[in-house]
Design a protein around this ligand. Sequence first.
Ligand SMILES: [Zn+2]
Length: 260
Amino acid sequence: MRVCLGPGGIGSDYESNFRRFKDAGLGCAEVTFTHAIYMNSNKIAKTVGAAAKKFKIDLSVHCPYYINLVSADKSKIAASKKRILTSAERGHYLGAKYIVFHAGYYGKLTRLQAYEGIKKAIKDMQDVIKDSKWKVMLAPELMGRDSSFGTIDELYQLHKDTKCAACFDFAHLKAAYRGKVNWKYVFDMMKKFKFKPLTAHMSGIEWGPKGEKRHVLTPEKDIQEVLQWVKKYRFGIRIINESPDTFGDAVKTLKMYNKL
Ligand SMILES: [Zn+2]
């Protein structure tokens, strides 16, 4: 299947969850280290990865939220890199290709300064990943708040300069553009990224004057909108649902995809 769907979060009862995902026709899932890297060892990651493989669930990893690669406080940059690299290490043992993270905040920096800082941090981390022989790709995420680094143009530039991957968050896009997304532009840009499959997030979203407020259940019209573009561009893409019901909404998306 060209489009692979799955939930964010694998739960503690991961083996029976992977079975449940597979039985529902889902083919991927994201391991969420968003609040903590809860796997304390590579051995645990390897066990979870083997279970995922058994049920043909393609995993990715979401790093902790507490990351800012361009903080004014250097120690926070170091701590951010460490969180991403530990996630990347676990990701390698999980068999996960993409290591997704929110790269940082512009703060008092210009957009260009933030870009340069994040580019440098990504290159530094890629050196460690390469030396460690971890088979993963860093994937900074497309963000939905005005204060957060990560427009599609910034991600594409990063991809060109560092060969990193990217995570396309369709809900964040809606928040960033306050519901008025130029989907043709976005999908034309996505087409230019040279890694496969593409990886993305989906959910419903509420926004305010500064952009994203919260993720909500995925409305059918949002799913329909994205799926039509995905179909039109014939992308090989994995789409992880991040709504309050990640499994239910991933299954709903699959049902809609099958009817397209
Ligand atoms: Zn995210």
